[in-house]
Write a protein of this length. Structure first.
Length: 340
């Protein structure tokens, strides 16, 4: 796979990352396949039943919000945004409506995989031309059009290992992921065996969706097996079964991080850890009123094994983040100019 084609696939993931990290989440009521649940966005019909985490982003609403105007320096602009548009044919600000993701891998098994569903307006001839130009192929699977790109693996994985795919699930809806995962997404949409069959997952989806602009729900079991996570953090994660994050975005950001512990004792311990962390943060802060405002807005909630942390990011902090992003761009420009 060439570097440009690799950028094509990774760029689609960047769109998702931008969405999740800045709270770009949306609720879309579209005409997708019949689901067993009316909770959450209809794109869940394409998330395979084995998914252990789901997340959503409303790109359109955020791009037109006061939040977007205040945080304009933190969004891809200029050369960065041009690259996304040239390589992907995607204009984040105008072409993308929603981003939906499902994590289908297993930390415990060391397998990391997922499906990304992007709804919007796409130049599909450009996508096909970009892939075929770099050795990709066009296939049909389950009545859907697939653009397939394969990368050789020297370690003996299966034929689909390293094979990336983009599928036109329906007009205006693209699926990104490995070839195997994209095929599973197509199957899920046709046979109804999708994540909405998971009653426990959908229970928490129903609790965090509603009017929130951004949210994610995930089963935490197995995350503690990731060797990249510090041991102290893994010890705490081992006591958590489910994790949720939700946010509402307007002029600022307000939201909640929530965990479902294994039992009441684990919940009490987790609340103590969070309170200790907040106390330490208050001691270390105190020099910037804006940071103090954020820390003081954090409240620990919940009883028993249900642990919640609410937070608010005021507009003054967004101005500070915007300024830091702008300074970073100036430093990068200066460094690039110095190399010429």
């Amino acid at each position: 796979m060439t570097q440009r084609t690799r950028y094509f696939l990774l760029g689609s993931s960047l769109v998702l990352i931008v969405g999740l990290c800045t709270g770009l989440v949306a609720y879309y009521n579209g005409g997708l396949p019949v689901r067993s649940s009316t909770v959450g966005p209809a794109e869940l019909a394409y998330v395979p039943a084995g998914a252990t985490a789901v997340a959503y982003a409303n790109v359109h609403d955020v791009m037109n919000s006061e939040f977007r105007q205040k945080l304009h320096q933190a969004f891809p602009t200029g050369e960065e945004r041009d690259k996304l548009q040239q390589e992907l044919g995607l204009d984040i600000e105008h072409d993308i409506d929603t981003v939906v993701a499902g994590y289908t891998g297993s930390m415990a098994a060391g397998k990391k995989d997922g499906i990304v569903l992007i709804r919007g307006r796409f130049n599909t001839p450009k996508i096909e031309a970009e892939i075929t130009q770099h050795g990709g192929q066009v296939q049909q699977y389950g009545g859907k059009r697939l653009f397939v790109m394969t990368e050789d693996h020297p370690h003996g994985q299966g034929a689909d290992a390293g094979t990336g795919a983009v599928a036109i699930i329906e007009p205006g809806l693209l699926a990104f992921g490995s070839l195997d995962t994209v095929k599973k997404a197509i199957d899920a949409g046709s046979n109804g065996q999708n994540v909405t069959k998971n009653d426990e997952m959908m229970k928490y989806v129903g609790e965090v969706s509603g009017t929130n602009t951004a949210w994610a729900v995930g089963k935490i079991d197995g995350v503690g097996a990731d060797p990249n996570i510090p041991q102290q953090a893994r010890d705490q994660i081992a006591n958590i079964q489910w994790g949720m994050v939700s946010a509402h975005i307007d002029g600022g950001v307000s939201g909640m991080a929530r965990a479902i512990a294994r039992d009441d004792q684990a919940g009490d311990n987790l609340r103590d850890v969070v309170r200790g962390g907040l106390a330490a943060a208050r001691l270390m802060a105190g020099k910037d009123a804006r940071i103090d405002a954020v820390i003081n807005s954090v409240q620990v909630t919940g009883t028993g094994k249900d642990v919640g942390v609410t937070f608010t990011v005021p507009t003054e902090v967004l101005d500070m983040i915007n300024g830091l992003a702008g300074l970073g761009r100036l430093q990068q420009s200066g460094a690039a100019a110095g190399k010429k």
